[in-house]
Each structure stands twice: as C-alpha cells, then as structure tokens.
Ligand binder design. Structure first.
Ligand code: MF3
Ligand code: CO
Ligand code: CO
Length: 274
C-alpha cells in the first residue's frame, strides 16, 4: 500500500518508503535548487566542444554549484567523488568524469544535482559535440519528447504508471529501447526517495499523484535494445549492444492543476542544438 506523509518545512524526513507531500516553502526551496541546476546546464552549452575533457566540465559544474551557494549532491554520495555524471554515446548513465576528451560526433548527457539550502535540484540534458549524425540527433530529439510527454501526464488524479506508459509508447513507436534498470525517483530533502518513477509500464497503475509530490522523470532511451551492462568501476552503465543512449531529466512538483518544472532552462536551452 502506498503511504503518503505530509511534511512541514521543519520536519526531518526519512527514507522510510513514504511519499512526501510538500507545502509552499518546499516549492520555493526546490525552485531555487532547480534553477541553479538549470543555470549550470545552460552554462555548459558553449563549453561542450571537441577536445574538452569531461574532468574540465566537472570542474565547471563544481565551481558553479559552489558559487551558487550549493554543494554537488553527488560528491561523496555512496563513494562517488565527482560533481556530476557525464555519459557519452553508448554510456546510459553515471559516466564518471575523467581525462577523456569529447570528440566530433559524440552525444553527451550531463547530469547535475546541486544541494541548495537542503533541497536537491536534479536535472540532465543532452549535448551534441560538433557534427552529429542524423540517427543520433533523432534519438536525442525523441528522448526529449519522451521526457516532456511524461511531464505532461503529471497532474493530480493521474497515476504514476501513466507517465511510464506514455514514455514507453512514444519510444517504442520509434523502435527505441526503454532502459528498465534505472528510474526516476522522489526528490526534495532527500536525493533519492520514494516513489520509483519507472519509464515503462501500464497506464492506470501505481500510486496516485497528489499535490505536493516531488519527483524526477529521467528516461534513458537506447537506439538499440533496452538491456544495460555495468562496467567494473561499479558506476558506469552502458548499453549491452553498444548502441547509443540518450537521457533528459527534470525535477517536478505536482500542483493543484498540473505540475511545476523546477529545472526549466532560464535561457530556453531545453534541448540541442543550443
Ligand atoms: N543524478 C543522478 C540521478 O538522476 C544520480 C547520480 S548519483 C551518482 O538520479 F552518484 F552517480 F552521481
Ligand atoms: Co535523478
Ligand atoms: Co540526475
């Protein structure tokens, strides 16, 4: 049975499996954290170029996050030691920044999570490096559509399964694979909280969406088949068939009438080309 818990701003929240329902102060907190995430992703747009190392991009994320009065939630998270995740081409998610440099034709996801005044703003976007082929650009475009089709389902009275069902339908209509091993999640005071937001499934199933719920939608869509494989570093997930993979992520809050996107780009840089 799904349990909901109305939390006041001063309450300590636990990872106890309950879905938290938040008030106006929490919305204000998530708005600030989400805005910093979006501004950071905006600032990266001109820097994602052939020859730049993913470590240099991680340095920019760390500096912008700190300058914004936040700390990167990934720093020290379960032993992760970087300020963001950078996932190139067939890397599905949780790519670790390194000395590796981007090259012409790559598609890249950068996923940031500033922790600002106790609130987590979790968001990612795709970037195109130089000249990217048509198939890859189409994958990126359709993956953005998948995110926004999911967001459009998010309103009071809908069920969580409506989101995954809509995403899966659009991805599979384009003959892409929807990753099952990773999902969206409740977000707020906690980085990863209940509920699990799956990106495939059945409409009309799962928890009821209620005003005050905060969660991410972050579909990972593969040009080939859905299954993923973990690399030996324990973090990097890649497509089993080595096909390209794309992802976009927003943090949202359910309102009385629909939802608020906390991580919308202030510069309108929602999707490439930027
Ligand atoms: N930002 C990722 C998410 O969307 C989580 C990254 S955790 C890390 O949920 F440790 F891999 F950085
Ligand atoms: Co997330
Ligand atoms: Co994220």
């Amino acid at each position: 049975m799904t349990q909901y818990q109305t939390v006041a701003d001063s309450d300590t929240v636990l990872r106890d499996g309950t879905i938290k329902l938040h008030g106006p102060e929490a919305f204000a907190g998530m708005r600030r954290a989400g805005r910093l995430a979006a501004e950071t992703l905006d600032a990266l747009a001109p820097l994602v170029q052939p020859g730049v190392s993913t470590r240099a991009l991680d340095d920019v994320v760390r500096q912008m996050t700190l300058d914004g009065g936040a700390i990167p939630a990934t720093l020290g998270y379960r032993g992760y030691t970087h300020s963001c995740c950078i996932s190139i081409n067939h890397v599905v998610c949780h790519g670790i920044p390194s000395e590796k440099t981007l090259k012409d034709g790559d598609i890249v996801n950068i996923d940031v999570t500033p922790l600002l005044d106790g609130w987590h703003g979790d968001s990612s976007r795709m970037y195109l490096v130089g000249d990217v082929g048509l198939k890859a650009r189409r994958l990126v475009e359709v993956t953005y559509e998948c995110l926004m089709i999911g967001v459009r389902q998010a309103r009071p009275g809908a069920r969580l399964g409506d989101i995954g069902a809509a995403i899966q339908r659009h991805a599979e209509a384009n003959r892409y694979g929807v990753v099952r091993e990773f999902c969206g999640h409740g977000v707020g005071r906690l980085f990863h909280d209940a509920p699990e937001v799956v990106h495939a499934g059945h409409a009309g199933t799962g928890p009821l969406l209620k005003p005050g719920m905060f969660f991410t939608i972050e579909p990972m869509i593969n040009l080939g088949k859905a299954p993923v494989r973990m690399l030996d570093d324990g973090w990097t997930a890649v497509t089993r068939d080595r096909s390209l993979s794309a992802q976009f992520e927003h943090s949202i809050g359910i309102t009385e009438t629909g939802c608020e996107i906390f991580t919308e780009s202030p510069l309108g840089l929602h999707k490439p080309p930027y």
